[in-house]
Each structure stands twice: as structure tokens, then as C-alpha cells.
Design a protein around this ligand. Sequence first.
Ligand SMILES: Nc1ncnc2c1ncn2[C@@H]1O[C@H](COP(=O)(O)OP(=O)(O)OP(=O)(O)O)[C@@H](O)[C@H]1O
Ligand SMILES: Cc1ncsc1CCO
Ligand SMILES: [Mg+2]
Length: 298
Amino acid sequence: MEEQEATVRNINPNPASPSDEAGPPDASSIWARMAWTHLDAVRRRAPLVQCITNLVSMDIAANVLLASGASPAMIHSINEIQDFTPKADALYINIGTLSAEWVPAMQAAAKAALEANRPWVLDPVAVSASSYRMEACLELVKLRPTVIRGNASEILALSSACRISGAKGVDSAHESIDALDAAKSLAKSSNAIVAVSGAVDFVTDGDRVISCSNGVSMMQKITATGCAVTALIAAFVAIDPWNSLKATASALAVFGLTGELGMEMASGPASLRMHMVDWLYRLNESTVVTRARLSERS
Ligand SMILES: Nc1ncnc2c1ncn2[C@@H]1O[C@H](COP(=O)(O)OP(=O)(O)OP(=O)(O)O)[C@@H](O)[C@H]1O
Ligand SMILES: Cc1ncsc1CCO
Ligand SMILES: [Mg+2]
């Protein structure tokens, strides 16, 4: 979808901002305030997000959506797509545990979302694991996802449409920066916003690049955190579909921030997961505005 410049102007009108006393806010605080405004809008508007996601991620994705204020619906039968998908505010498709039965449902749902003018978000989990998976994913990319979010290995593989990317499995074998050019190229060829997650997350429309440095490495030790943040991206894009670049960056910052806050209390991956969900539910304006770390790269 075409980007508009409205979001940053619209979300920075807080006359009570402490930064006003010291002069105009700097660019990073404008981005951080944008992240808060997106989270606040998700809480107020509770977007309905249809998820066709892998079996491993269903629980964490649904809980992350609920804690954010969104309304998840894990509906994947092809028999329900026609009735349900046009009612959803956004659709999330994740190919992590795809099967011959699910692929037609994914394609039908993506088509239904397109026809209903709803944003839809693709997570190309382990896209280079098999030619079946790659071909299914390439067919989905043709159905014009609004956002594609993957780890560096997935974005590198999808961007070049190579069958062998050097990835081990569903985890990334690359740093996110290694995939930045591939992400820009994929964004241009697919007309989607592309996000590469990692120690630093990058979000691009092919020209502009927003980076986010929130998060902790322990998040990689919880299965399906990537799937969960893609679900969160769908909720954020649902409430700001004309600014999907910014909505995607906001979701990544908010999710990364829950990792940082959760890590202050966690003793390992299982408790981190629990604390992340709690923090997503509890996050307040001052924490997001002071701790979201977003910036635009030139
Ligand atoms: N080294 C790191 N430091 C900080 N945050 C990280 C790091 N690696 C990943 N993250 C964060 O973890 C989340 C998941 O990203 P990751 O790249 O691990 O996804 P993924 O490989 O697709 O995960 P999965 O397949 O398990 O769902 C993102 O929010 C990302 O910012
Ligand atoms: C472990 C795993 N295998 C297929 S999907 C998935 C969840 C993380 O992507
Ligand atoms: Mg993944």
C-alpha cells in the first residue's frame, strides 16, 4: 500500500511533552512517540487479526496479540475463509508448518484479504528448507503481502529465491545487516514492506530504512518469538494500513522493549516469555517514549 507522510505529524502533537521545554523533539523521540501511538491505537481499537500460523506458534502468537489489545482468531480452514477473512482487520500467514491442506487455504485467504482491501502479513519461516516451501511462499508473495517479516537467512533466501541459503533450520545463520540489501530488493520486487529481525531489526520499503535496536538475545531461545512479532506487526498494520513501514517498525520496537523489560525479571527463556507477555499488557506511555530505540538510516 502506498505510504503517506501523515503518521509522524499526526502522532507528535503532545504539547505536554517534556522535550518541548528543551526545544523541538529529536528524530528518535518522534519515532518512539510513534511507537506509543500505534500501541495505544491497537489497545483502543482491538483489531481482529486472522492468523493462519504454524502449530508451534499458535499459543504465543495468540497471547501476544491479546496482551497487546488486539483480537486474535486462529482460523485456517479453507471452508471458513470466504465468510471470515473479509471481517478481519488484518490477516497473518506463516508457513512454518505448512501442509498440502493448508497451502490452498493460505492462498484463498490472501486473495480474500486483497479483495476486501485488508492488509496481510507474511512470515516466510524456513523458506529455503524445501522447494515445496519456497514455491508455496513465492506464490504467496505474488498475492501482494503488505509486509514480509523474516530473519536474515529467510529474507536472503526469499529475496534471491534460492533453494539453498545456508540456513540450518528455522533459526537465522546470518546477521540482519547481511540481509539489508536483499530486503530492499525484495521490497522493490514484491511491493511489500520488508522487515529483517535480529540484534538490530531493519524495516524497508526498498528506499527508506528504519532500524530498531530494542530486544535481547535471549529472545532467540524462545521458540516462535519471530512468529509472534509478525502477528504483532499484523495488528499494528491493521490500525495504520497506509503507513505500514512505520507501523511495522513500531511493532518491532514495542516487542523488543518487552524483551528488555522482561529480561530484568527473567531467569531463562520460559520466564522471559511469560514476562514479555505481561510487559506487553502493562507497557505505559512514558516507558515506550523513553525506551523505544528507532531511527531512520540514510
Ligand atoms: N541478538 C538479538 N538481540 C536482540 N534481539 C534479538 C536478537 N535476535 C533476535 N532478536 C529479536 O527477537 C525477535 C525474533 O527475531 P528472530 O530473528 O529470532 O526471529 P525468527 O528467527 O523468525 O524466530 P522464530 O522462527 O523462532 O519465530 C525479534 O523481535 C528480534 O528483534
Ligand atoms: C520450530 C519450528 N518449526 C517449524 S515452525 C517453528 C517455530 C519457529 O519458527
Ligand atoms: Mg521465524
